[in-house]
Write a protein that binds this ligand. Structure first.
Ligand code: SAM
Ligand code: DTB
Ligand code: SF4
Length: 343
């Protein structure tokens, strides 16, 4: 049986056009087409997204990454959602960059817990040159443990990117966070264009790109769609696309924002899968407040990666036991390190 329901309407939705976003060449659907995909009847959207997912991945495999905050709090940036911004009046105390051995001990535990990728995050606008040798040693050490390496350190200069690449960095995470239109409501200390520039530099240096954003920050539906269109319009699709549901943090400007309807969240995941068929779409922050059924629906819609362990950077995450039960119930198996799960 042909899995694709070939209606005229669906053919119209499938039409791929070429257009430019902010001067970057892009082979992506237009905003109108993306809107039509996002807003089609939910069952049709899920069917389409799952079909695309199956064409590109084993739908029963999910990749697992573990996060560690290697430098917490006291950040000079004003990201309105973040517990680590010194400007947000958060009660989180700032700490120094961790010692290499302490990071490697944590990475070893994550490996034993089954994570295939280790992502080290720092609450910085960008790293200082004096920190680079320590960061390089962390990358080298985690690589030697047999895990994929990822860092998220803010904006990077070319020489910093090359040093990290030479140390063995596989992935760099840098999120665009929201649409270009809504961005200035969320962050004023660095621009949307700054983010794109860092992403392009990372890609040009041959490091795999992990780029996504946050939903549930009071944005409009069109902002979620535009955010995904921008990601799909990068020179190459990001290898990983983390979709974070806002974790509201006390004392931040986002603490009381209205919760996003979970169906809208699933629609966002589905559009990400359809626009970026070969990327790993990560069901990222916010899983602690999601039911098993919602997470299962996200996996069906094309999410195939998660963060594991009971903490993200500073906030809670479901933890290994809960995830093992969920995977077992759903018949999901973890992707091995170095295996991209692609067909
Ligand atoms: N300082 C670096 C930067 O901003 O690029 C790296 C760390 S930063 C915490 C990494 C990402 O985590 C952010 O870009 C954002 O997408 C996500 N994030 C931070 N706080 C969050 C929250 N409360 N809820 C959901 N996602 C969040
Ligand atoms: C991403 O997109 N989400 C992760 C990772 N990349 C660095 C971070 C989520 C942070 C959630 C809030 C916290 O733990 O402070
Ligand atoms: Fe700093 Fe990153 Fe948090 Fe923004 S998201 S305040 S840059 S740690």
């Amino acid at each position: 049986m042909d899995l694709v329901n070939e209606t005229t309407e669906e053919q119209a939705i499938d039409q791929i056009t070429v257009y430019k976003v902010s001067g970057r060449r892009a082979d992506v659907v237009s905003r109108e087409e993306a809107d039509a995909i996002y807003n089609q009847p939910f069952m049709d959207l899920l069917f389409k997204a799952h079909t695309v997912h199956r064409e590109n991945f084993d739908p029963n495999q999910v990749q697992r990454s573990k996060l560690l905050s290697i430098k917490t709090g006291g950040c000079a940036e004003d990201c309105a959602y973040c517990s680590q911004s010194a400007r947000n009046g958060s009660t989180l105390s700032a700490s120094k960059l961790m010692e290499v051995q302490a990071v490697l001990a944590e990475a070893q535990k994550a490996k034993e817990g089954g994570a295939s990728r280790y992502c080290m995050g720092a609450a910085w606008r960008s790293p200082k040159d004096r920190d680079m040798a320590v960061l390089e040693a962390m990358v080298q050490g985690v690589k030697e443990l047999g895990m994929e390496t990822c860092m998220t350190l803010g904006m990077l200069e070319d020489d910093q990117i090359h040093r990290l690449k030479d140390a063995g960095l596989d992935y760099y995470n840098h999120n665009i966070d929201t649409s270009e239109r809504y961005y200035s409501e969320i962050i004023t200390t660095r621009t949307f264009a700054d983010r794109i520039e860092t992403l392009n530099r990372v890609r040009d240096a041959g490091i795999k790109v992990c780029a996504g954003g946050i939903v549930g920050m009071g944005e409009k539906q069109m902002d979620r769609i535009d955010m995904l269109l921008t990601l799909a319009s990068l020179k190459e699709h990001p290898d990983s696309v983390p979709i974070n549901m806002l974790i509201p943090i006390e004392n931040t400007p986002m603490a009381e924002v209205e919760k996003l309807d979970p169906i809208e969240f699933v629609r966002t995941i589905a559009l990400a899968r359809i626009l970026m068929p070969k990327s790993h779409v990560r069901l990222s922050a916010g899983r602690t407040d999601m039911t098993d059924e919602l997470q299962a629906m996200c996996f069906f819609a094309g999410a195939n990666s998660i963060f594991v362990g009971d903490t993200l950077l500073t906030a809670n995450n479901p933890g290994e036991d809960k995830d093992a039960i969920l995977f077992n119930k759903l018949g999901i198996t973890p992707m091995a390190a170095g295996c991209d799960g692609k067909k």
